[in-house]
Design a protein around this ligand. Structure first.
Ligand SMILES: C[S@@+](CC[C@H](N)C(=O)[O-])C[C@H]1O[C@@H](n2cnc3c(N)ncnc32)[C@H](O)[C@@H]1O
Length: 320
């Protein structure tokens, strides 16, 4: 039932995006089985500094993070939105578990494979951990968190997931979180910080071609699931970064004038040569932007944790 709902949403959003005057696709659909596998390759590339930075923060600061997040609470629920493979979160979970802390971990992800694998791996890697994986859109599942066990909820939104939303979307997402959070709940967010544009561009314009394959895979997913006939080599991945706004954008460019049939949507989509499909944004922040965002959305920064190069920050927030 869950899958059917997602497929319908996928079809609907694909239709909306490809018939808009500026074509776009939603990055939340990147993560089918193949997309999740490609994203793991991306995370392993040296150019994709984000993973190593957050990993470094968790490894060096895990005790201080434990103290700040749990604040001496004996029972709590760690709820991770868009958990993926939980590679970095495992460092925290394993440390929290070693402290004999009594907590439940609830990873939420739209990718069924991601949740299944994460639950399986965690049970092996951190035996005894209480874990309750949920498959679905976190915009919807967040509404249910107050039905879970344990009073205190700590929401994790890691790995720069927040950067995939524009300013209005970010504010409405944070408002949604605020509406389900009670006093004493905490929100722990990963932000990628502004830095040398060359470093940022290399992370997305990688020489191994993983980011390109990741973007093109969404066209393949449309072929597979909506019975379309995109010819992948007729599109090229293009990354642009604006150092002033801090916005990086991934696009696919049509290399020729072409038409694509999407049979299940009963739709023919025309592309001009050079026309783009906007695929994903990756917003980079400075600390003033983060403070303004917390302030505007009704949160207060409790503490920030940085890697040694200050490329990335994990920021702990509570309600104002
Ligand atoms: C960039 S990955 C990051 C994964 C992990 N947080 C990390 O830092 O490695 C984004 C993850 O969020 C999931 N995701 C994206 N949009 C989602 C949504 N609306 N609801 C639930 N999961 C979503 C994707 O399936 C993917 O696993």
């Amino acid at each position: 039932m869950e899958i059917l709902t997602l497929l319908t949403e996928f079809a609907k959003e694909t239709l909306e995006g490809l018939t808009a005057s500026q074509k776009y696709l939603s990055s939340k659909y990147f993560y089918d089985t193949n997309g999740s596998r490609i994203f793991q390759n991306i995370m392993q590339m040296p150019e994709y500094y984000l993973t190593n930075c957050e990993l470094e923060i968790f490894e060096t600061e895990k005790q201080r993070i434990f103290e700040a997040l749990t604040e001496n609470s004996t029972q709590y629920n760690l709820i991770e939105l868009g958990a993926g493979d939980g590679l970095k979160t495992k460092v925290l979970l394993s440390h929290f578990h070693d402290q004999n802390a009594f907590f439940e971990y609830t990873p939420i992800d739209i990718s069924e494979d991601a949740v299944k694998n994460l639950v399986l791996n965690l049970k092996q890697e951190v035996p005894g951990i209480k874990i309750n994986g949920k498959v679905g859109d976190y915009f919807r599942l967040i509404e249910e968190i107050n039905q879970y066990d344990h009073t205190k909820k700590i929401l994790l939104f890691l790995g720069s997931n927040i950067g995939n939303y524009n300013e209005n979307e970010t504010l409405s997402f944070l408002n949604k979180l605020k509406s389900v959070m009670h006093s004493g709940y905490l929100l722990f967010i990963g932000f990628d910080l502004k830095k040398d544009p060359e470093i940022i561009l290399k992370a997305y314009n990688d020489p191994h071609g993983h980011t390109s394959a990741f973007n093109l895979n969404l066209l393949q997913r449309i072929n597979n699931e909506l019975n379309a006939n995109f010819i992948l080599h007729k599109f090229r991945h293009q990354e642009v970064y604006n150092p002033q706004s801090g916005t990086a954008k991934s696009m696919l460019i049509s290399l020729e004038k072409q038409e694509v049939e999407i049979h299940d949507l009963n739709k023919t989509v025309s592309f001009e040569k050079g026309e783009s499909i906007f695929m994903e944004m990756s917003q980079k922040y400075d600390m003033k932007m983060i403070m303004d965002l917390a302030n505007k959305s009704g949160f207060k920064i409790v503490r920030n944790f940085y890697d040694k190069r200050q490329y990335f920050v994990n920021s702990l927030w509570k309600l104002k």
